[in-house]
Design a protein around this ligand. Sequence first.
Ligand code: ATP
Ligand code: MG
Length: 570
Amino acid sequence: MLVSKLYAPTLREVPAEAEIPSHKLMLRAGYMRKSATGMYTFLPLAQRVLKKIEAIIREEMEAAGAQEILMPVLQPSELWKQSGRWDAYGGEMWRIKDRHGHDYCLGPTHEEMITFLAQMDVNSYRQLPLNLYQIQDKFRDERRPRFGLMRSREFIMKDGYSFDVDEAGLDKAYEKMYQAYTNIFQRCGLVFRPVEADSGAIGGNGSHEFMVLADSGEAEICYCTQCNYAADTEKAELHPLESAPEELKEKEKVATPDCKTIQAVCDYLKAPVEKSVKAVAYTSAKGLILCFVRGDHEVNETKVVNTVGVPEIEMAPAEELAAAGTHGGYMGPCGLDPKKVIIVCDATVMNMHNFCCGANEEGYHWINVNPGRDFTPTYVADIRLMQEGDPCPHCGGTIAKARGIEVGQIFKLRDKYSASMGATILDETGKSIPMQMGCYGIGVGRTMAAAVEQNNDKDGIIWPAQIAPYHVLIVPVNIKDDAIREKAFSVYEELTKAGLEVLLDDRDERPGVKFKDADLYGFPLRITIGKKTLDKGQIEVRTRKTGETVLLPADDFTGTVRDMLEALQK
Ligand code: ATP
Ligand code: MG
């Protein structure tokens, strides 16, 4: 391909909304354009990267015994009603009606569709195990589409689903997918870490997320500095902390003027923050939810959603607090009307003694509050976020944090969908049982963006060689010079013949402009053909990643260039 013909318009300035390197660079280097909020058109260079990632995914999925299918994007509401998710899914689901008024959604995921398929055709244990996958656009009306491809509203996903006779079969399918995912992200040249994303019991192995480590990652990972425990902070489960026994003191209301934060209250009362309880208020489909955690802890909203059983929660407005008989900045668990408010207490709070908390009255707090004696929550649950310094739930070691991009997730669904949707088989004894299912997703566009996030510098992208849109960019320093031009084209032909993917910058531009664009595009190798070197019978090869250059004989370079590329692809 010639750069003069390539549709990759570069930008000098990128829109201010592009905050992170992958978003900025892929716009600047002409890889993609925004079509509408959270929707992008992929230009030829990005499309080549996506195809390479997809090819790696297909190879590894097929090697693990999965078969590719393609399901409709459009899904009838009936299927989602069977699984109970039509109402439970919340605002992210894109719902539409056909001309007859029937409800459909644009698939945010395909568990219902695939279970419906399997329910039709799979009837016997003899047909299992089965693993089917597809690569297709998904639609989610994200609350905050941002960071370009990281969180878009239409995005490419590989979604796969396994079917087995029993849990042992599912465990095996899951293991295989875990290994396939490890291979996929390794082959994409990414530095990643599989982390527990369990929603079951501590130490369960029901789900893993594959996290590409990057400071810009939206996800936070907690990991143990002693053992190999690692979990998505959002999902990390915590044992309640114990408090030393104490004699219970008399509860007392104290004035705390202008103390609106828990720190201000503790400073004013000269109380350690570990002896305080703070509140966060949410509004939900079931009404107002007041959540209580220890003063130095944070609320994990995902856990609150799961505990209360609502599709989503939002910060509660002041009027709603007033109607429930409390006041922002002074919320506490005592004296609330359980008919007006759902009280969710973190399990650690239930082990605390003589703590201070808001008195639901502006300017006042309670001291010496004790759970059980002074209030009864609607729910007691683990609702806090794991934080740095917490004890590891596996070994008791110390937890540290890092940031990551969730590029994939694998999940044991067990019989969640097969039972509700009647996807049963006859087992060896002739008994009808629901199939054991697993589901396995990869964000293809997000994986591409994560690769850029992990591999860039101030000049541009540095593609991992395995997924780079082209391997080599040839830059003739002066295209008008006959000798240079001829050599450039012959190098182009020779490398192309040798199976490399080559781009030739045939534009009549200053070398500085071409070098700048070369760095911005980010191909692994650049070959410069200039007068001085050519007169000495040499061409220059530069590695984008290291900036190192080597001079090679102008009539004997293909083997070395191929070796250099292969070394980068390892
Ligand atoms: P997140 O927690 O980031 O919202 P998710 O857990 O909802 O993602 P899954 O349902 O597990 O996502 O989807 C599988 C994969 O699809 C994710 O691991 C991610 O790589 C990708 N993905 C999910 N949502 C988006 C999105 N809005 N834009 C781009 N990729 C996405
Ligand atoms: Mg996920």
